[in-house]
Design a protein around this ligand. Sequence first.
Ligand code: ATP
Ligand code: MG
Length: 200
Amino acid sequence: MSEQQSQDKHQQRQQKVKEQVDAKVAAADIEKGILQVITGNGKGKSTSGFGTVARCVGHGMNAAVVQFIKGMWECGERNLLEKAGVPFAVMKTGFTWETQNRETDTLAAQETWAIAKEWLKDERIDLVLLDELTYMVSYDYLDLDEVISALENRPPMQSVIITGRGAHRRLKDLADTVSEVQNLKHAFEAGVKARKGFDF
Ligand code: ATP
Ligand code: MG
């Protein structure tokens, strides 16, 4: 095949791709807030959620962050985003994987959820990140029906991101966009310590 023929063939193929993409773009004309669930065992769920918060704030829009698990380390994103005016609600008691006290954890989860619920009614907030919410549902700290109802009744233009492993089927069913981050390998499994500025 001559150089010219190969170039023509490439152009024809790209033209076809462009027509298909243009048709899909034209067909996607619904304006509404998006509910995204980011789940799975791989690394990159919370960072993805925070990336979208940064994207939102970068456009001069309003985002709010609810963290249902306070990590062992300070949160780099929080340090940055609070300076940019993003409100954070962080669950007290520092609930971690080795949860000890069901009663105080449930109370703390519900206190944090109360703030989340207010934000899920506030149409001035364009994006709410519910980081690690999935565990609150798995542990039965929050009532799934209540969570679903708050999500369904939120302002129509408000977007919400839920992160955490093992997202409940009903959360995935309700979501518009669901991403599952698969773990192929993780440095931690090879003994590498969590790094400031990378893992937290
Ligand atoms: P990140 O906050 O880095 O986006 P994540 O939200 O996807 O991670 P979590 O399940 O919330 O992952 O885990 C929080 C912490 O555990 C992070 O410090 C992260 O680097 C680490 N981590 C994530 N995935 C794995 C994994 N597969 N094995 C070990 N540690 C992990
Ligand atoms: Mg996370």
